[in-house]
Design a protein around this ligand. Structure first.
Ligand code: FAD
Length: 393
């Protein structure tokens, strides 16, 4: 069993048999179902949609969700291990899981009433349904609490109007966990969360193309025009929507961090292999000290990012506070993934610049990790607030 990494004195980084088996399952899945298609999916700007059912069948969309709701159970370290392996294979696929399971299903499991859990969780965990998380708007990103989508009470329903931007899984999703302002309370206190089927009349979606990375992912703008949502679709209490969103993102950051560890590990594997094969000045480039510097920098980033990420999983599984540690892991791992992929690209020289080799895609995919689920600047403000008690937002 891993670790009591910080706090307690025991440091044991071994995995349990179950955790090692889950990681191997994920490695095999990536080899079989993802690796052969990565370049084609990236070029086509679309991951094969069948991957969702396959992810569900192997249990990866139900990790940490109770079996009675169709989940496959498991602890958060197992979730991290799977996320890391998926991130190592293809960040677009990793993102499907991080959002549909991590931000949507896990949030329904935490905040939903019995009807909501029974309505949505079995489909989300099996891959019959895809979930998306609708917080960001064209005018509100980092300052999410000032969102302007409105939900106005009308009898036993709410009528919702607004636009959501950059929504991962947006064009594929069957349900959106939507955040809208339902009362006149100031700031984020007026925000509520709703579970809205995406086939509800008045909800339209526009695919966003031309992304630098995560090209295989179905990112969309959602437009809501007089969308009628039953009051029973509210997740959590009225006015608690921002707490719902933040609780989802706090755990979600661990998932992003784990995906970044996967990117950095893929960068390391690729750089080491290529350095051993490529010859310049009469010997493999692995013999050149400055190439070794690039590789050792990647290796240190991989280990540091992984340790920070596993610490979050350990804290969650032990029921300890983890929000600040999640911000630290996400901040460090996302910046580390960018550095690692960039260093790997340097090891590849000119070949790193074309997409037949992996480093360029790793770098493109890594770059967004410093932006979403809270930019690096926002993570620093969260960490700074926790340490000083002063909000500098
Ligand atoms: P802004 O908030 O406008 O920030 C611009 C710059 O200002 C950044 O550098 C930021 O760090 C800086 N900044 C802002 N405020 C401060 C401050 N107080 N102090 C210091 N610096 C500051 N959102 C969802 O709701 N659901 C999704 O599924 C989702 N998926 C996404 C997928 C992709 C590919 C992308 C690109 C985005 C996604 N997002 C999603 C949105 C993402 O979370 C936002 O882009 C992010 O929160 C940043 O918001 P913004 O883009 O509006 O930037």
């Amino acid at each position: 069993k891993i670790c009591r990494l910080w706090g307690d004195l025991v440091v044991n980084l071994g995995l349990s048999e179950e955790q090692a088996a889950v990681r191997q399952l994920a490695r095999d899945f990536v080899e079989r179902e993802i690796a052969p298609h990565v370049i084609a999916w990236d070029r086509a700007e679309e991951v094969d949609r069948d991957i969702v059912k396959k992810l569900g069948a192997v249990g990866f969309l139900g990790l940490t969700i109770d079996e009675e709701y169709g989940g496959s159970g498991g602890d958060h370290l197992s979730y991290c291990l799977v996320t890391e392996e998926l991130g190592r294979g293809d960040s677009s696929v990793r993102g499907i899981v991080s959002v549909s399971l991590g931000l949507v299903a896990k949030t329904i499991a935490a905040w939903g009433d019995e009807d909501q859990k029974r309505r949505w969780l079995p489909g989300l965990t099996s891959g019959d349904y895809v979930g998306c998380f609708g917080l960001t708007e064209p005018g509100t990103g980092s300052d999410a609490g000032s969102l302007t989508t409105r939900a106005v009470r009308d009898g036993d329903a709410y009528v919702v109007n607004g636009t959501k931007m950059f929504i991962t899984n947006g064009t594929w999703a069957d349900v959106v966990l939507l955040f809208a302002r339902s009362t006149d309370a100031p700031g984020h206190k007026g925000v509520s969360a709703f579970l809205v089927p995406t086939d509800t009349p008045g909800l339209t979606r526009r695919a966003i193309h031309g992304k630098l990375g995560l090209r295989g992912q179905a990112t969309a703008e959602l437009v809501l025009e007089d969308v009628r949502v039953p009051a029973s679709a509210m997740l959590g209490e009225e006015g608690k929507g921002f707490s719902v969103a933040m609780s989802a993102l706090t755990k979600g950051r661990m998932s992003v961090a784990a995906g970044c560890v996967g990117i950095a590990q893929a960068a390391l594997d690729a750089a080491v292999t290529y350095a051993g094969e490529r010859e310049q000045f009469g010997t493999s480039i692995a013999h050149h000290q400055l190439v070794q510097e690039l590789i050792s920098d990647i290796a240190v980033d991989v280990d540091a990012a992984r340790l920070l990420t596993w610490r979050v999983a350990d804290l969650i599984d032990r029921g300890q506070p983890f929000a600040t540690e999640s911000s630290k892991a996400k901040l460090f791992a996302s910046e580390a993934a960018v550095r690692a992929a960039n260093n790997a690209l340097q090891v590849y020289g000119g070949y790193g610049y074309i997409d037949e080799y992996p480093a360029g895609k790793l770098l493109r995919d890594a770059r967004v990790m410093t932006l979403y689920e809270g930019t690096s600047q926002i993570q620093k403000l969260l960490i700074g607030r926790a340490l000083t008690g002063v909000s500098a937002f």
